[in-house]
Unconditional design. Structure first.
Length: 320
């Protein structure tokens, strides 16, 4: 599903967009998102679409392709020409899915797409229904042990960071809970707010909707240090040793994108997310910190995340 954003178009005289002219192609630029509207990636897209359109001189639209832990979106991006008109906006799902489920996600997240830019580092959270009887992760674990088989944890899809987080918690804390996989952030949030599931692992960008609705609250955060946004909340690792989970948003393109084009796009994206207006909105609205990296540094970063994820997967119950 494609949704258009409001953006600055080319001039009324029909100026040829420099990006398209360089690649013998025509717009719009499509931001492929491996989830449904209303999720974290959608929120990021809303912030970068207008300024990116202004810089490129052509429309920027969001193309939602949820399902299969990002595999539907990834396959689509891999099949497109590397002319800069198809960009992939993803959370850590892009790199974690093939690490967690290589039999389904048969691609290399560094070489089978073109890493263009890391955009942000994201606060990673564990949220529960407002009326759930636990104020932190220790109490959540205790409640699950006292009520085996009765508590449900939502994920944004198999192969996602939230899947791995739930699977790690289940195995390391020895819990008997139901893990429910959704096709993206928005539908899992809807069911959490509706009381159909009890809890959810999610980056703060995706968790904002249920939190702001008053029907969910954060009880723990990921990362290696306590979040400056939530200094009173315990880390996952303070309740379960080794439970360190982080998240990010990246932009990638189809394979074999020309280096100069990837560098140009990366520069634009880095300048956008570090601008005063966008960086402030990232922090205030989404709990994300602008942390841009160029194409080569992004590739190195994704490779490190891929290897870390494989090690974590060995300590998790991925059948959960």
């Amino acid at each position: 599903m494609i949704r258009r954003r409001s953006f600055l178009l080319v001039s009324a005289m029909g100026t040829v967009a420099p990006l398209a002219a360089a690649q013998n192609a025509s717009g719009p630029v499509r931001l492929v998102i491996p989830g449904a509207p209303g999720g974290g990636a959608d929120s990021i897209a809303r912030l970068i679409a207008d300024p990116l359109a202004a810089r490129l001189g052509m429309p920027v639209v969001s193309d939602f392709r949820p399902g299969a832990g990002g595999w539907i979106a990834t396959q689509h991006v891999m099949a497109q020409p590397p002319n800069g008109l198809t960009l992939y906006l993803s959370s850590s799902m892009l790199v974690k899915s093939p690490a967690l489920d290589p039999e389904v996600h048969k691609y290399n997240p560094i070489t089978d797409v073109t890493p263009i830019a890391r955009l942000t580092e994201n606060a990673y959270t564990f949220i529960v229904r407002t009326d759930f009887p636990a104020k932190d992760l220790d109490e959540f674990i205790a409640h699950c042990r006292a009520n085996p088989g009765k508590v449900s944890i939502a994920t944004v899809g198999k192969g996602s960071n939230s899947h791995l987080s739930a699977a790690f918690l289940v195995k390391q804390a020895k819990l008997d809970v139901k893990v429910v996989h959704y096709k993206g952030s928005a539908p899992s949030s809807q069911d959490l707010m509706g009381g159909f599931v009890d809890a959810k692992f999610e980056n703060l960008a995706g968790a904002r909707t249920p939190i702001n609705s008053g029907r969910a609250r954060i009880i723990a955060v990921g990362g290696r240090e306590r979040s400056s946004l939530f200094p009173s909340l315990k880390l996952f690792s303070e309740s379960v040793p080794g439970f360190v989970f982080e998240d990010h948003f990246v932009i990638a393109g189809p394979p074999k994108m020309p280096h100069e084009l990837a560098e140009t796009l990366s520069r634009h994206l880095g300048e956008i997310v570090t601008s005063k207006e966008v960086s402030q909105k990232l922090r205030d609205q989404l709990g994300a910190v602008a942390a841009p990296l160029g194409p080569q540094a992004t590739a190195t970063y994704l490779r490190e995340v891929f290897e870390t994820t494989r090690r974590q997967a060995a300590l998790a119950d991925l059948n959960a």
